[in-house]
Design a protein around this ligand. Structure first.
Ligand code: HEC
Ligand code: HEC
Length: 304
């Protein structure tokens, strides 16, 4: 009986087609109409003139040779870069810049990860923030002004809305300014996922090995902004003085943990201190144990 179907080719083709169609319906048609595959992009906006100019700079300089802009729905990708990319996020990308190579990290959620100052420092000299980085320096972009007329024509051609004021505001802006504005907008349509590790009770360990671990982590992740030995740098405050989040009052281990884990945004209040913003969050990247060793290190360098 089971062998007889192979002797009836036409019937066999029909059965195979029906089975494949069922598979297609489940795999394609269902997701096409299910709302979880198409989350509403409440914050989705077309690029501003400056951001669009920055996108051109990104394309001109082949940033996509080394950077992708597409986070796959794989655990490793999501842990490293954040929420995976959704189709709707690329509505205004013509063409999209997903890229295919990751010589450098994915940039799909780079917006808001660092402050503007960090990006200027990094683009001026990537080696200053990441020892041994192979990313070229792009500080020279600051010598090239954006041409407002050209951008107006470009906005028109792409059908993006703009105002005369927006075009006028481009005067005096350089390609570097535009690039930073573009980067800071990337991936900001999707709100950030909730935090995983919270401070809880202090887990501070004050032995030499933990402090040495913290020091190493500090040197790879933090000196770019906070300067060597945390004495203050181009884009972050001194960590050895007695001022914490702009208040001259001793700080608890838990508060230090929270600042490093969650980062700060302008106006965010942590332990009665109002942040100015610009401290990135390290929760996903480093995790609880490493953040506690950083706290141990900071405790070892702070003014006694
Ligand atoms: C030759 C490859 C290469 C090119 C070209 C390149 N990058 Fe990078 N980029 C890297 C590498 C490697 C890193 C990781 C180390 C570092 O930050 O320097 C990086 C890191 C970055 C980061 C920080 C990412 C993070 O999450 O910390 C940003 C932002 C960035 N690049 C932007 C750019 C922009 C914008 C361009 C084009 C103007 C560009 N890159 C061109 C290799 C490259
Ligand atoms: C992109 C630059 C940047 C990087 C990288 C950075 N920070 Fe910060 N950090 C800041 C800024 C800016 C503030 C001030 C935040 C505010 O006022 O809202 C800050 C504040 C802090 C504070 C509160 C201290 C104070 O005096 O206000 C601590 C502690 C801290 N950072 C630790 C770290 C550690 C540890 C790392 C590395 C894992 C790190 N930071 C990496 C920019 C940075």
């Amino acid at each position: 009986m089971s062998g007889s179907i192979y002797k009836r080719p036409i019937f066999f083709i029909i059965v195979v087609t029906v089975v494949i169609l069922i598979g297609t319906t489940v795999m394609m048609v269902y997701p096409l109409f299910s709302s979880e595959m198409h989350p509403k992009m409440a914050n989705l906006k077309p690029y501003t003139a400056l951001q669009l100019a920055g996108r051109d700079v990104y394309i001109e300089n082949g940033c996509y040779y080394c950077h992708s802009q597409m986070i796959r729905p794989l655990k490793a990708d999501v842990m490293r870069y954040g929420e995976y990319s959704k189709a709707g996020e690329f509505t205004y990308d013509q063409p999209f810049l997903w890229g295919s190579k990751r010589k450098g990290p994915d940039l799909a959620r780079i917006g808001g990860k660092y402050n503007d100052k960090w990006h200027y420092e990094h683009l001026n000299n990537p080696r200053k923030l990441f020892q041994g980085s192979n990313m070229p320096a792009y500080g020279w972009l600051a010598k090239y002004p954006i041409d407002p007329q050209e951008m107006e024509a470009s906005m028109k051609a792409l059908g993006f809305p703009y105002t005369k004021d927006e075009i006028a505001a481009l005067a005096g802006k350089t390609k570097l300014d535009a690039l930073v504005a573009y980067l800071q907008n990337l991936g900001t349509v999707i709100p950030k996922a909730a935090k995983v590790s919270v401070a809880g009770k202090s887990e501070l360990v004050n032995d030499a090995a933990t402090i040495a671990d913290g020091k190493k982590l500090f040197e790879t992740n933090c000196v770019g902004c906070h300067g060597a030995d945390g004495k203050g740098g181009p884009a972050g405050p001194n960590l050895t003085d007695k001022v914490w989040l702009n208040v001259a009052k001793p700080v608890s281990d838990e508060t230090l943990f929270t600042i490093i884990s969650e980062g700060t945004k302008e106006g965010k209040v942590i332990d009665g201190r109002t942040a100015k913003g610009g401290m990135p969050e390290w929760d996903e990247l480093l995790g609880k144990k490493k953040i506690w060793s950083l706290v141990s290190y900071i405790r070892s360098i702070e003014a006694k």
